[in-house]
Design a binder for this molecule. Structure first.
Ligand SMILES: *Cc1c(COP(=O)(O)O)cnc(C)c1O
Length: 359
């Protein structure tokens, strides 16, 4: 059977149906039904973030974040993320300014942010890439000194902690995706968090067309999610600890087996707790990547080139060089670490990687 980079965790079907029945009995299947409210309150508890809204996906929440913070100018961002991080900026008519990444954890290099600030800069939008937190303290310090807003795309970071707190509690706004390919999912979905009361209120209005009953406050959008999705989220939440433990185990199998080889792996900082959502492996050249990918594909293993191309090279934006991100994007693959992956399959993958390590 083919092995892809992720495999969607599905709860036992009976559990899903039993959960769904609760909404069925009310006759309401969307617009903030009981399951969505329950999921929201579970997530608030779990993450320790009282101002949280479950929304329809992890892209629209980025757009809502920019709008709620009144961002219209330049946004300093990372060239190494999923494309939605950049397109949200463009969709909101703002200008992405790319700052290169750190070679150890692939997040934006905070030491290079200040030189990219101009009088048009209004915000920093950074991704906790692969679930590894950015240098949050350094970014907060820069933002404070230059009066910039900070948005974190935490789409990979559910379950990761920074200095003992959920990483989702940092920044002016933090967003997450609960898409089926993510560690915790509700098929399609996402959330947005803001510690600021006014910003949070605006986000709430945006989620449902900008009006409450017959009072029309602001231009909104539809970012609501349904009871069918919330039921999946609630079922999956019951398995979260198991999923996190299993991903960590699978991650460590690769880390141990590939230690001392020429492959570069993610370096986890000491002050964080990692969710082990992804296992990026950086090869020593683009040619080597092609050979390794071919060998893996021949064994019906399909890692993904997360993230290639670097986003500063997207065809619809003016090119701004970022040498580290571009070099890594050409050489990185993500190995599968998903819940159901067997150790036999992992060892098959390791065997191929060891065979090609000096190629
Ligand atoms: C998945 C992802 C998104 C988009 O989330 P959707 O729920 O698919 O819209 C945004 N940013 C990053 C970094 C992602 O990985």
């Amino acid at each position: 059977m083919s092995i892809n980079v992720t495999k969607t965790f599905l709860p036992p079907f009976d559990e899903y149906v039993a959960m769904l029945k609760k909404a069925w009995d009310t006759g309401f299947v969307t617009n903030g039904g009981i399951l969505l409210q329950e999921l929201e309150s579970e997530l608030k508890k779990k993450l320790g973030t009282p101002n949280l809204l479950v929304c329809s996906n992890g892209t629209i929440v980025l757009q809502m974040a920019l709008k709620a913070l009144g961002i219209t100018g330049e946004v300093i961002t990372t060239p190494f993320s999923y494309v939605a991080t950049t397109t949200a900026i463009l969709w909101e008519q703002c200008t992405p300014v790319f700052v290169d990444i750190n070679e150890q954890n692939f997040c934006i290099d905070a030491s290079k942010i200040e030189e990219a600030i101009t009088e048009k800069t209004q915000a920093i939008l950074a991704t906790h890439v692969y679930g590894h937190p950015c240098d949050i303290d350094a970014i907060a310090d820069i933002a404070g000194r230059h009066d910039l807003k900070v948005i974190y795309d935490a789409a990979h970071a559910f379950g990761s902690m920074y200095k003992g707190r959920s990483v989702m509690g940092f920044g002016d706004v933090s967003t997450c995706s609960f898409h089926a390919t993510k560690l915790f999912h509700m098929v399609e979905g996402g959330c947005v968090i803001s510690p600021d009361k006014d910003v949070f209120e605006r986000l709430g209005l945006y989620r449902a067309f900008g009006h409450v009953g017959e009072d029309y406050y602001d231009i909104g959008i539809n970012a609501k999610n349904s009871e069918l999705h919330a039921a999946m989220g609630l079922c999956n939440l019951n398995y979260l600890e198991q999923i996190l433990a299993r991903q960590k185990h699978n991650w460590e199998v690769y880390a141990t087996a590939l230690k001392g080889t020429k492959y570069q792996m993610l370096e986890i900082s000491a002050d964080i707790s990692y969710n082990y959502a992804y296992f990026p492996l950086v090869l020593h050249s683009a040619e080597s990547l092609k050979r390794v990918l071919k060998a893996l594909n021949e064994q019906d293993v399909w890692p993904r080139r997360y993230f290639n191309p670097a986003l500063n090279r997207l065809p619809y934006i003016a090119y701004q060089p970022c040498s580290v991100a571009e070099s890594i994007a050409e050489r990185v693959i993500c190995l599968p670490v998903y819940y159901e992956l067997s150790e036999t399959d992992q060892m098959r993958i390791v065997e191929i990687l060891l065979k090609y390590q000096t190629d």
